[in-house]
Design a protein around this ligand. Structure first.
Ligand code: ADP
Ligand code: X15
Length: 404
């Protein structure tokens, strides 16, 4: 760990400007999933316990510089108070006199929540002047928004360069988990990559074949790999214009010594709906009028074997159309198997991505995974080998090393 953390900071009496990601699902003005709020609680409680004043900065949605009532952070206050167990005082702006007044009058065990940073156009432009106005509200900057760290915005990047800065507890945990999965992992490392398309995960696949020992490709994207081998995938989701790319990735895997595992058998159906009539066929026998919607039992056995052989697992993307039963079977079986091995200390398992986490929760497997990231886009970019601007801008710790 090379970034300063809260442990490196004297928080007593300090205003700690804390960037969090509470971009949570909301329906009819009510928060329906508080996971991201729960995951920032350790940071807020640590700041309070050490005599600091937490001043939270956050975005919600994509208002593109416009003030919008349906994207005001005010609606998050009741849920945030419940989760944090502290009084949350809301400021109607994230800069200027309104914010200043709230911060100046903050009492012991109170948390300030400033209005959506994206109501200012300068936020997404990483505007230094906007960041300077934010900086007036704090003595220390703490970034606990790993899931927004792939954005170079005023509150995630420029601001970090204006104040003494450190990573919050969630940011620290996310970076440690990713480091143990891909930075210096226990080998063999297995990556499971599924989801809809090859085109959205090209950089990911390309980086993973260089870094991991085994790569399971599942979901819709496996169809593109099968098609690249000349296999007829019928009416399946398949990017026929990406078959050369899939072939190139498979060839790269051979040169890097990464074992590529594609489905051997698949579950096919003629309709994409719950309980649709379906059958299990060998991949090369997909009927021309059918769609591949899940991996078959032989493929699952193969994936379980790979999980048994691995010491570390990185997972992004479901293995089938998991939202619709029975096409969640392969994802459920593999997830439960990985969870059991993790629970028994035989595997370090790290997963991220919105649909992935939903699938692992649905399988009842998420709790036993070693680490579930709160991030989608940022998790992918980190796994693609990209530098996250929100992380890079933080102050380096004393023990910083050249390898970062
Ligand atoms: N064989 C398949 N055919 C069609 N869609 C699929 C198939 N396998 C997986 N999917 C779809 O892929 C989507 C998830 O992919 P993705 O968004 O890449 O995952 P994540 O959000 O975890 O990164 C799900 O909606 C799932 O239904
Ligand atoms: O929810 C988020 O992204 P994610 O769903 O990719 O994890 C973050 O809050 C970033 O939001 P953005 O993609 O509007 O910059």
């Amino acid at each position: 760990m090379t970034w300063k953390t809260l442990d490196d900071m004297d928080l007593d009496g300090q205003r700690v400007l804390t960037r969090v990601d509470i971009n949570v699902p909301v329906e009819n003005g009510k928060v329906t999933d508080t996971t991201r709020m729960e995951r920032i609680a350790a940071t807020v409680q640590d700041i309070l316990a050490r005599g600091g004043k937490p001043v939270l900065l956050a975005h919600f949605g994509r208002p593109k510089g416009e003030r919008r009532d349906d994207m005001s952070l005010k609606m998050l206050v009741p849920a945030l108070q419940d989760v944090l167990g502290a009084d949350v005082v809301f400021a109607d702006d994230c800069i200027g006199p309104v914010a200043q007044a709230v911060v100046d009058t903050l009492e012991e065990n109170q948390v300030a929540l400033l209005e959506n940073t994206r109501f200012h156009a300068g936020e997404e432009k990483n505007d230094e002047a906007l960041a300077a106005q934010m900086a007036e509200l704090g003595d220390i900057y703490c970034n606990d928004a790993f899931s927004a760290a792939h954005r170079a915005h005023a509150s995630t990047e420029a601001l970090a360069r204006l104040l003494p800065s450190c990573a919050g507890r969630l940011m620290q945990g996310e970076l440690q988990a990713l480091e143990s999965a891909l930075g210096s992992p226990e080998r063999p490392v297995l990556a499971v990559v599924g989801g809809a398309k090859v085109s959205t995960k090209l950089d990911l696949l390309s980086n993973l074949v260089e870094k991991v020992d085994m790569l399971v490709i599942g979901g819709g994207m496996a169809n593109t790999f099968l098609a690249s081998q000349g296999i007829n995938v019928g009416k399946s989701l398949c990017e026929h214009d990406m078959t050369d790319t899939a072939k190139a990735i498979a060839e790269k895997a051979v040169t890097t010594g990464c074992a590529l595992l594609l489905p051997r058998d698949v579950v096919v159906a003629r309709e994409f709906k719950a309980g649709a009539e379906n059958e299990i066929v060998l991949t090369e026998n997909c009927p021309s009028d059918a769609m591949i919607l899940d991996a078959g039992p032989d493929s699952v056995a193969h994936i379980k074997q790979a999980i048994d052989d691995a010491k570390t697992l990185i997972w992004n993307g479901p293995l089938g159309a998991f939202e619709i039963e029975p096409f969640d079977a392969a994802t459920n079986a593999a997830a439960k198997h990985a969870a059991a091995r993790s629970e028994h200390g035989q595997l370090v398992s790290v997963a991220g991505g919105g649909d992935t986490v939903a699938a692992l929760n649905k399988a009842g497997a998420a709790e036993d995974f070693s680490y579930i990231s709160t991030a989608g886009g940022a998790f992918l970019e980190w796994m693609e080998g990209k530098v996250l601007p929100g992380v890079a801008a933080l102050d380096q710790g004393e023990k910083a090393t050249a390898e970062g």
